[in-house]
Design a protein around this ligand. Structure first.
Ligand code: ADP
Ligand code: GLC
Length: 476
């Protein structure tokens, strides 16, 4: 089977969050048995240098009629450049729209840039004659509408990684979608008076998925449907929740070159101690006493991640011995607060502002606990990375977090600590339980439980195979 994925992110070339990791690890597994292609934008600053194969593909489909429009001229001047990574063929969309960017999101004209990219992805799927077309998030959603209206539609799947970002723009900005070569009827994409790309994807794809069963359920009603729950309910029988897997080579404490010391389930205690000592030396903080739990936090500092709940709990539970290491960037107010704490309580709190892949691995290896106070979380990857590193996750009961972390009364099923979202009291109490667990011999059992969990794509990839079969059936 030939599968083409279309995405704005792909690790290690373009990464802003979990989408990059999810897609790189899923395609790595798929490439063991299928022909897998990925279309992604070529921005000016990539996370890794590319070795192109020298082959190029047009950004317009094979067509009889010569198309004449502004959009067509942009696409004619663009192309896909082929590269290869671990058995997966990558197609970088080379265009003046993306070339000047040093990061993928947050620039003006996104409505136009990602529409062009979506058109090009649709064209590529036709040019490569793939069996399944799989688009991710709003950035590529219009390609599904094009696919649906095509004389030669390719079976399509749309994966929603985060409903909070929908790519909705005033209709006066998206008039070009009605013209050549798009020729889309955009009125069905109307949501709250705007042209909503996410809605276009939901209405058009043969099959829709999201990244955990828990989040699927939550998005079928408000507020977690972010206004689009009615649309998802309409398509509920074609909408599935498939839990993400992780790259067990990239996130493996036994062979992680980014950590100070590799370790396994047999010597996790010594491994963690060494990583903790080295990390504290690197960040310039005094060595941590052996009996003090270290809590790691990593993430985008956005509303979704619920950091204010953590801040409130931290101040309310000052008697706890925990130390915190936070890595992230985003909301300037939160950054300021974190810097202030880093200065006023340096023994307790350390903040690193920025994006740092290597530090993220070091924090996972050094920490005893990993805290995720999300208000909503489509899947979340760090709780699974934490499991692999023997770092006990403390998570809010939402989306993919509640699907992957269980605070069971039965010790042999316990895989973390769970609290109620947006509730500082509940989070504080979870931190108290973390202290008790840290000091108890039960910790050994829980660490063994979590390090032995299998979060690989091996089995979960089969769930996508099933979705692809359904999409093919519906497309006939
Ligand atoms: P989301 O996609 O919503 O950001 P996920 O948990 O799915 O959340 O994935 C986030 C990914 O991005 C993880 O691999 C995490 O380690 C990484 N990450 C987030 N912020 C940073 C940062 N500041 N430095 C390094 N890695 C980060
Ligand atoms: C999104 C979600 C996150 C998920 C990731 C990968 O960014 O916020 O929960 O893990 O996509 O699917």
């Amino acid at each position: 089977m030939k599968i083409l994925h279309a995405s704005a992110e792909y690790f290690p070339y373009i990464k802003m969050g979990g989408l990059a990791d999810m897609l790189a690890s899923l395609t790595k597994e798929q490439a063991k048995t299928e022909k897998v292609y990925v279309a992604l934008p070529l921005i000016g600053k990539l996370g890794k240098t590319i070795q192109f194969t020298g082959k190029a593909f047009p950004a317009l489909p094979p067509t009889d009629a010569p198309i004449d429009s502004v959009v067509a001229s942009v696409l004619k001047a663009s192309r896909f450049l082929e590269a290869e990574e671990g058995g997966v063929k990558l197609y970088f969309f080379e265009s003046e729209l993306f070339q000047p960017l040093d990061s993928i999101y947050g620039h003006a004209e996104e409505h136009f840039r990602f529409a062009m990219f979506s058109y090009a992805c649709y064209a590529l799927s036709q040019n490569l004659s793939v069996d399944v077309f799989h688009a991710h998030d709003w950035h590529t959603a219009l390609s599904l509408a094009l696919q649906k209206d095509s004389v030669n539609p390719i079976p399509s799947v749309f994966t929603i990684h985060n409903l909070a970002y929908q790519g909705d723009h005033p209709f006066w900005m998206t008039g070009f979608l009605k013209e050549e070569p798009f020729r889309l009827i955009t009125s069905p994409f109307d949501h709250d008076g705007k042209c909503n790309y996410m809605k276009a994807g939901i209405l058009s794809a043969n099959q829709i998925t999201t990244v955990s069963p828990g989040y699927r359920q939550e998005t079928l009603s408000e507020p977690n449907g972010f206004g689009l729950s009615y649309c998802l309910r309409q398509r509920a029988s074609d909408y599935s929740g498939i839990l993400n897997g992780i790259d067990t080579d990239e996130w493996n404490p036994e062979k992680d070159k980014r950590t100070f010391q590799t370790y396994s389930v047999k010597n996790w205690k010594e491994g963690k101690l060494k990583n903790k000592a080295e990390l504290f030396q690197e960040i310039g903080r005094p060595f941590l006493p052996i009996d003090v739990p270290l809590v790691g936090l990593i993430g985008r500092l956005t509303h979704q991640k619920g950091f204010p709940t953590f801040l409130q709990a931290l101040l309310e539970r000052r008697h706890l011995p925990h130390r915190y290491v936070v890595l992230g960037s985003g909301d300037p107010e939160l950054e300021k607060t974190f810097f202030r704490l880093s200065e006023t309580i340096p023994d307790v709190f350390y903040f690193y502002k920025g994006y740092n892949e290597s530090l993220a691995h070091k924090i996972e290896a050094a920490s005893d606990f990993f805290l995720m106070p999300s208000l909503f979380e489509p899947c979340g990857l760090n709780q699974m990375y934490s499991h692999s590193y023997g770092t006990i996750p403390i998570v809010s009961r939402v989306g993919g977090l509640r699907d992957t972390v269980e605070e069971s009364n039965l010790l042999k099923f316990k895989t973390g600590i769970v609290f109620e979202p947006n509730d500082a009291g509940s989070l504080g109490y979870a931190l108290e339980r973390a202290k008790d667990l840290f000091e108890s011999i039960d910790r050994e059992i829980v660490v063994k439980n979590i390090m032995n969990l299998d979060w690989s794509w091996k089995k979960r990839k089969l769930e996508y195979d099933l979705i692809y079969s359904k999409a093919i059936e519906l497309n006939l």
